[in-house]
Each structure stands twice: as C-alpha cells, then as structure tokens.
Design a protein around this ligand. Sequence first.
Ligand SMILES: [Zn+2]
Length: 197
Amino acid sequence: MQMLHPFRGSVQQYLDQLDDCETHRPGHCPQCQVNRPLTAHGFYTRTIADAAFDGEIRVRRYLCETCRRTVSLLPEFALPYLRSSITVIALFLIARLLLAKTLAAALPPPAPYQRGQFWLRRFRAQAEALCATLAAVAKPAAAPGFVYRALSMLEAAGWIPAHRVLFATVRQHLLGWPRSLVPDGRRAALLPAAAAV
Ligand SMILES: [Zn+2]
C-alpha cells in the first residue's frame, strides 16, 4: 500500500532526509488499523523527472508486524506509475490546454510527444472525477467543460495540495489509475475514476 510521505519540499530535500526513518514513521497501520508504530523495512527505487532532477529516488517502506503487510511512503511530488513529477505534468497541461501552446512547445525536452498525448488523454478522461472530488477544497469554476473546470480548480487549490486531498482521502490518482493497478497495489474491482480511461 502506498501512503503519502508527510515531508514537503524539493526532490533534493526529500533525498537529504531519507535516512531518518523515525521522524515520519507511521504510528499505526493504515491497513489493519492496529495502533502500533510500523517497522522500517528498507526501500524500493523508482525514477522521477522533475525540473531540477532526473533519476532514481528511494521510497521508504515500513512493515506492520501485526498484519505483515508493507506500506511505502511516496513523496508527494511523485505520482504512482508515472515518471514525471506533478509539477512537470501540471506545467505541460497548463501550457497546452490553457495557454494553447503546441504539443512540442508545451512539452519539457526531451519528452517524446507520445508522452504529452498520453497525459492529455488521461487528464481528459479523469477531469469529471477530479471536479467532483476537488469541490471539497476549491470553489467550482465557471469554466466551460470538465477539463477547464478541473484545471481551474487545480490551479486554485495548488496541484500538490490537490493531489494530497485526492490521494489521501479517496485514493484518487491525478491522471487516473491504469487498469492493471488499484491503489493498494493488487487487482480488484475498478474504482469509478479509473473506469473512464
Ligand atoms: Zn497492519
């Protein structure tokens, strides 16, 4: 299961504090709800492409000694299964959809245009569900259509704070979960937000 790391800051600041397993150790298990601190259980690695960083990062894992399941603390600038950071994706979507730049001009080099098309496709499919969830934290905008309304609400709330709400409260993915994944990492019935892919 993935939870959001409560740490807030840049990729480099995240890496600098990663050897400290105590500060952000979960005090209870989010899966079996036992009220007992989890045990540090190593790391997994993943890639992240951000404005000032492109490479592998470690993601800390904890183990619940009661239910024997692991929880990983994903930094809040990263989305599950996507290499690019939230900031990179947000800048692209704003440039392409709100500022009407061409795909090539909106994409951060050297990202291939297929990646931009993929982000656009996923965002469009997800926009209505995003509007529904974000209504809790941002005033629904008067923009025409769900895509522009979702963009306005994300801009108003801030993309990372909005992601925090989406992910922590309803396990919703900013660009939607792919069919092969669900929030706790195993196959199960699709969530409504993923069904629109
Ligand atoms: Zn547990």
